[in-house]
Every structure is written in structure tokens, then in C-alpha cells.
Write a protein that binds this ligand. Structure first.
Ligand SMILES: [Zn+2]
Length: 83
């Protein structure tokens, strides 16, 4: 299979969930932030995960989804050329 604009990043798979959970020590947090700084794939993935978690919390709290959030989530799923 080819045709993707970029490949999933191995670093991302390794650190994204613990980073989102703030489950890293100080050194690992700095490493993750430095990586996010330099890796467009991980920045996009991070933003998506943050939005997804916000949405899950919203639904779990029984609130309605903020207007536009669904559209922003689908936009994040679509690879764009901007970083
Ligand atoms: Zn990355």
C-alpha cells in the first residue's frame, strides 16, 4: 500500500498515549515535547487525540457536542499539507 502523504511515526506510537496521560517523567516529557516540535505527523496526531478526549469527556458528562467540534475532528483526520 502506498499513497499516504506521510508515514505514521514510530515515536508517536511509543509516546503519544503516555504523553496524553501525563504518564511520563520530566525527561520523557521534554523528549516528547521536543519531538512534537519537530514532527508534523505527531503534532497532527496529538491535536486529534486531544480533541477526541475532549469529545469523549463531553459525551461522558452528558453534554451535547460543541458546535463545530465534529467538523474539526473530521478535518483533523484528513491529511493536509500544512504542518
Ligand atoms: Zn513523530
Amino acid at each position: 500500500m502506498s499513497g499516504y502523504a506521510f508515514d505514521p511515526c514510530a515515536k508517536c506510537e511509543e509516546m503519544m498515549q503516555p504523553y496524553l496521560d501525563r504518564d511520563l517523567d520530566d525527561n520523557q516529557m521534554r523528549e516528547a515535547e521536543a519531538h512534537l516540535d519537530g514532527c508534523a505527523y505527531c503534532r497532527r496526531r496529538y491535536r486529534f487525540e486531544v480533541s477526541l478526549r475532549r469529545y469523549v469527556r463531553t459525551v461522558a458528562a452528558g453534554k451535547t457536542m460543541p458546535a463545530g467540534l465534529k467538523e474539526r475532528l473530521s478535518a483533523l483526520r484528513t491529511p493536509l499539507h500544512e504542518a
